[in-house]
Write a protein that binds this ligand. Structure first.
Ligand code: NAD
Length: 348
């Protein structure tokens, strides 16, 4: 029988929606590897990923088949594929700090009883737990990570809660022979990687950087949440933007919710610097992407790394892999070096 990667999703928002639709998309587009390091890597095709369990708290997602829940509002990512009924019913996880009054307009909490996520995992037997909760959900993040790791289920932490830095978490993973990649997905091509690449270019060319600015806007639930609870995201972005830059950069980052943008995210970056004899240099750039699609390719490649790690008996935090896929890894490693390490890890 063909090897599969069985995933549990904590959070059925836009990221989950694009991932689930994307798997169907690649089933129909058999020669495409767009948005992935490789179509086939570590022994797995992208279509070998299947979601076997899903947790959410929203009244229009809980109790629904995953194929229906991924389309429920406030999810607003574009339709890229029809998803047939999956047989996976979204379970109501513990709410904890996953919801706050600032989300009242977008998310109504389901009145269904909260499930025991551990029991759901015992039944569904995923290989990997993906944390795709709203930013700021520290308690909920730790809850799902704990339930997963103590069962030997590896974790990709897509949100800016520094769980993979935590020694207790890393030790729990080693003890139970599984691994963790974190923290906070670094988008395939988002503002952080673009800004970081421009800064590293100027730095390498001897330009003195006087100021660097970054504005990000979108109209999805993630940005609605970030507008109020964006503090950890700001810090995480700053870490990713400055990674590998030798100068101490005066950086300002802003995240704004623009309702009519839906899941389209725009990032504007501008940098001011000095060239030879103090002559000015400015760089400006604008990037527009479908926000959730930016996380899916990263997630697919990260999941394949976790499967390879398990096969090779590598447990705990995967440092180089995390540096490539995440904004706030335990150890920042220059992009090119981290990429080489990932390629070697997947194919070596
Ligand atoms: N799009 C990207 O490229 C990208 C990059 C980096 C990080 N991220 C992060 O990934 C996370 C997910 O993004 P998204 O766009 O899917 O967000 P989203 O707001 O669309 O989805 C979050 C989902 O989590 C659910 N939820 C809230 N509390 C919960 C709980 N206690 N248990 C289970 N589910 C709960 C919400 O109801 C919602 O469906 C965000 O934190 C975002 O910042 C995304």
């Amino acid at each position: 029988m063909k090897n599969k990667i069985r995933i549990a999703m904590a959070g059925v928002g836009n990221c989950a929606s694009n991932l689930v639709q994307g798997i169907e998309y690649y089933k129909k587009n058999v020669n495409s590897s767009a948005g992935l390091l490789y179509r086939f890597a570590g022994g797995y095709d992208v279509t070998d990923i299947e979601v076997v369990a899903a947790f959410d708290i929203a009244n229009n997602k809980v109790g629904k088949d995953l194929s229906e829940a991924i389309k429920a509002k406030p999810n607003c990512t574009r339709n890229v594929a029809e998803v047939p009924e999956t047989g996976v019913i979204v379970q109501k996880g513990p709410v904890l700090d996953g919801w706050g009054p600032h989300m009242e307009k977008a998310v109504k909490v389901s009145g269904a009883p909260e499930c025991d996520a551990g029991a759901v995992l015992d039944l569904s037997r995923p290989d990997i737990m993906v944390i795709a909760l709203p930013t700021g959900s520290k308690e909920a993040c730790y809850y799902y990570i704990g339930q997963a790791l103590k069962r030997g289920i590896s974790v990709v932490n897509g949100i800016p809660v520094l769980a993979s830095h935590d020694e207790t978490v890393a030790r729990l993973a080693v003890k139970n022979k599984c691994a963790i990649i974190g923290d906070d997905f670094k988008s395939q091509i988002g503002g952080t990687v673009l800004h970081n690449a421009l800064l590293r270019l100027l730095d390498a060319r001897g330009i003195k950087i006087n100021g660097s600015h970054h504005v990000n806007y979108a109209g999805n639930a993630d940005f609605l949440n970030l507008y109020t609870r964006g503090e950890e995201k700001h810090k995480s972005k700053a870490r990713g933007i400055k990674a590998g830059v030798s100068q101490d950069v005066d950086l300002s980052v802003n995240i704004t919710y623009l309702e009519n943008q839906g899941d389209n995210k725009t990032c504007r970056v501008w940098i001011e610097g000095e060239n030879f004899s103090g002559c000015p240099v400015t760089v400006e750039s604008k990037l527009t992407v479908v926000d959730s699609a930016n996380a899916s390719g990263v997630l697919v490649d990260a999941a394949r790394c976790l499967m390879v790690a398990k096969r090779k008996g590598i447990y705990g935090r995967l440092e180089a892999v995390s540096a490539y896929f995440c904004k706030s890894p335990y150890k920042q490693i220059p992009e090119d070096e981290a990429r080489k390490a990932v390629v070697k890890f997947l194919n070596g």
